[in-house]
Every structure is written in C-alpha cells, then in structure tokens.
Design a protein around this ligand. Sequence first.
Ligand code: HH2
Length: 262
Amino acid sequence: MILGVLNVTPDSFSDGGRFLDVDSAVAQAQRMADDGADWIDVGGESTRPGAEPIPEAEELRRVLPVVERIARLRPVSIDTTKAAVAARALDAGAAIVNDVSGATADPRMLEVVAGRRAAIILMHRKGTPKTMERLARYRDVVGEVKRFLQRRIAAALDAGVAPQAIAVDPGIGFAKNLEHNLQLLARIGEIAALGVPVVVGVSRKRFLGRLLGQPPDQRLEGTIAASLLAVAGGARIVRVHDVAAVARALRVARAIWGAARP
Ligand code: HH2
C-alpha cells in the first residue's frame, strides 16, 4: 500500500512551502490519489533534523482546512505528535494518526485514538528533531527499535486501541545514521515479525543522498529501490512523495513476486 506525503509546512526538507495554500494542497492530494495513493498523510510540522517545533494553534491552522477537504478523496492520516491536533483532525475526517514519537510525546495521544476508534502508526525515534542527530547510537539498532515498538504496541492495546488498528514504523532517518538505516531496511522482516503492518518511509531521505550524492529532488531511484526492497522484506506500507513512480515500480515488482508463487 502507498501512503502519499502531503506536507503543509514552509520548511519540510523536500517539499516545504509547495503546498502551503489549501488549494494547492488539495490539488496535490488529488494528483496522488489519481496516481495510486491508498491514503494521504497530512503533516503540518516538519520533523527534519534541526526543525523548530511549532505551536498547536499554528499546526491546526495549517492542517485542518486541508484534512476537511481531502477526507473524501482517500483515507487521511494526520502526521502529528500532539493529541489535540490529532483529535481535531480525526473530528474533521482523518481516520489514522501517524505519530513519529510512537505516542510518547503527548500522554493523551493513545486515549484520543482509542476514544475515536481511529488507527495509529507508531514510529520509533529518539529525542526530538532538534536533538536526534546526536542520539544515533545503538548497540543493536534492529533489536532496540523492535523492543521499543513492541512496548508501544502494548501501550496502545492497554489504552484500548483495536489490535487491527495498529501499525509500526522503524523511523528511517530519525536518530539513525547511514549504517543504522541500512540495517533496519535489510532486516525489516524482524520488525514485521511483531505481527502488525509495518510502514517504511525512505522517500528522498538523507541516507539516499549519502549513498548517491544527490539532492532531495534527485533521489527518486534510491526511493524506489529502497521502498521495493522494504516491501520485499515484509513492509506493508510505503510512505512516499513520488506516488506515480513508486506505484508503477510496485506493480512490476508484484507481478514478478506473483509469478514466483505456484
Ligand atoms: N518521515 C517523515 C515524516 N513523517 N512518518 C512516518 N510514519 N514514517 C516516516 O519515515 C516519516 C514520517 C519525514 O519526512 P518528510 O515528511 O518528507 O519531511 P519533514 O519531516 O521535513 O516534513
């Protein structure tokens, strides 16, 4: 499945400032839906390394009008770590919360998701966008990420979130260096063994730039290669900006995987 990225921010690392007005955001959502996105992920606060946090009112001002207008096109996930933003977005038509803190940043997040019978993506990160770069230290990155996600699944279940409404994400690029990202992608099956759908977001990320020496707008081939291999390894959902290209690549890959089965 494909989760199309729609950042309504001035400062996201690859599409910041492009979809700030509601009409251009809605047009981009429509394009992604036409191109094969199964759902659309709306984010109002950049999480790129070093990004400044923004106040709740500003995040709401950016995301709510967009969520309201695109919820009819495709299911919408709201990319936020704030329970109040999640609550308002769910009330405006979103169906899923995508929390890059694994629902640790706001103690009310799981209660909000459970109370509205919504779904949640629990992502692994360490620290915040301001601090995460110096926290990229692990003895066994896959084991640590897996244990964190297992604890967060248990917390979500305890709060009353339905088991079928939980997905996890290893958080590629969030307090991880190149080697950590490669390890997580190579061993994504170990995360999938947790038994809930795995989301992977590699789209245009810096580790691809490190490997290829390309700026964010020229990382499409890397995004496709890493997304396909993640799905081959057991990920169920890829979070991408370039929906049309990734959807086409996935169609070819699926045809080949289908032929391998008798
Ligand atoms: N990556 C980003 C933001 N949200 N959510 C999930 N579940 N997984 C990810 O890998 C992920 C995410 C960062 O990418 P982007 O939205 O393109 O940039 P920015 O945070 O600068 O808006």
